[in-house]
Write a protein that binds this ligand. Structure first.
Ligand code: SF4
Ligand code: SF4
Length: 377
């Protein structure tokens, strides 16, 4: 079945600014069919790690909240705590970071932030899904308890999944600590000591404090590794690696199964929005952002989580790569930018598997919003 994906570019006129256009986009995409009066509506976003600057601008999130309120629903902003020791690993630091990044009561139209898996990541609900890798998944309790779900994802590159969009925002982003660990459990890198120069970058950035140096060589305590892959991207000599061909497909399958669990019971109560702007090569969980790999494209909205990610990936790949970025391969329009960044990651597999388990369709029809203007403009 073909799914509709609605698209707005970033052109504006004096008749309609970008936040107004965004509101029109999500109405077109069917927010009215998703929400009813008084629905407690989880708006799943990523508040950005402290120091990151690529996350979605608060002014757009406020507009989404105001649009939800037009339907007399009750939105709250949410995300689940992280696995690694960063600035969002418990509810207190998470909310502090969110406020520092601009998501305060005053800027968010007095909308509360409710961290989905509670103070320390243990507030979770077990959802039976009976899939290949998991019989049950563990999701942040407040997201499960919500009547409706609006996912607002920043579409960008990602070290382990090639790209991160709606499917990752849901599958990984809504999982409790136990759920995140279960998804990462087979991602355990190995160190090639022959080429290790003992620079210590891996140990410095390892969120699990799993790496230590002895006689100028790196060693790993596997019991502490949370499989985040940060050490792989930090190593300047490519001395840390995983078995990409075996590890990544299983990781992607697990993440898609978690997405299935998040949406269980909310099949007709969810809307997905992807911002294809500030398209950084890596995740917003990092405490910095690298320059974008392609120019800003626009925003997509759909009720199909697979179609929206497929359309987003296609639109990024249609662009010319920006040579000032870390992208050094596949810069021509039409070439695969995610393979250019991460040649070992088969990003398409997550879409294929998501479709196979019934999450949505890779076939889509792109419906472009017209830019409104006054006759003379
Ligand atoms: S994947 Fe690497 S950086 Fe991440 S926890 Fe394991 S050893 Fe540390
Ligand atoms: S980052 Fe790479 S080269 Fe540096 S200590 Fe770690 S494994 Fe060795």
């Amino acid at each position: 079945m073909t799914a509709d994906v609605f698209f707005m570019d970033l052109k504006t006129t004096s008749k309609e600014n970008l936040p107004q256009k965004l509101s029109r986009l999500i109405k077109k995409a069917g927010i009215k069919t998703v929400l009813k009066e008084k629905d407690l509506t989880a708006v799943k976003i990523h508040f950005g790690e402290k120091g990151n600057t690529a996350f979605i601008r608060p002014v757009f999130i406020r507009q989404i909240l105001q649009t939800i309120k037009e339907f007399n629903a009750s939105p709250f902003l949410t995300d689940a705590n992280t696995l690694y020791v960063g600035t969002r690993s418990d509810a207190v630091s998470h909310i502090h970071t969110a406020i520092e990044n601009g998501f305060s009561y005053s800027s968010m139209d007095a909308t509360p932030i409710i961290i989905a898996d509670g103070l320390n990541g243990k507030s979770e609900t077990k959802i039976p899904i009976h899939q290949k890798n998991f019989k049950d998944v563990y999701i942040g309790a407040e997201i499960v308890a919500a009547d409706a779900l609006i996912s607002v994802a920043h579409f960008k590159g990602h070290e382990l999944s090639g790209f991160g969009g709606t499917l990752k925002n849901l599958g990984m982003g809504c999982a409790s600590r136990r759920g995140k660990l279960a998804q990462h459990s087979n991602v355990s890198p190995k160190i090639k000591r022959k080429t290790c120069i003992g620079c210590g970058q891996c140990a410095l950035h390892c969120p699990g404090q799993a790496i230590y140096l002895e006689e100028k060589k790196a060693y790993m305590d596997r019991t502490k590794c949370i499989g985040c892959a940060e050490c792989i991207v930090r190593c300047p000599t490519q001395s840390i690696n995983i078995q990409w061909d075996q590890t990544v497909p299983v990781f992607l399958e697990k993440m898609m199964e978690y997405t299935l669990g998040v949406l269980k019971g909310k099949e007709n109560k969810s809307l997905f929005i992807n911002f294809i702007t500030d398209i950084s090569p890596k995740c917003d969980c990092l405490p910095y952002s690298e320059s974008p790999i392609v120019q800003d494209i626009g925003v997509l909205a759909s009720t199909d989580p697979v179609a929206i990610d497929q359309a987003s990936a296609d639109m990024v790949n249609q662009q010319a790569g920006l040579s000032a970025s870390v992208l050094k391969m596949n810069l021509e329009p039409g070439q695969d930018k995610f393979r250019g960044l991460y040649p070992d990651v088969d990003w398409e597999y997550q879409l294929e598997y998501a479709q196979d388990i019934g999450l949505g369709s890779r076939d889509y029809t792109l419906k472009k919003l017209k830019t409104l203007s006054y006759a003379k403009e």
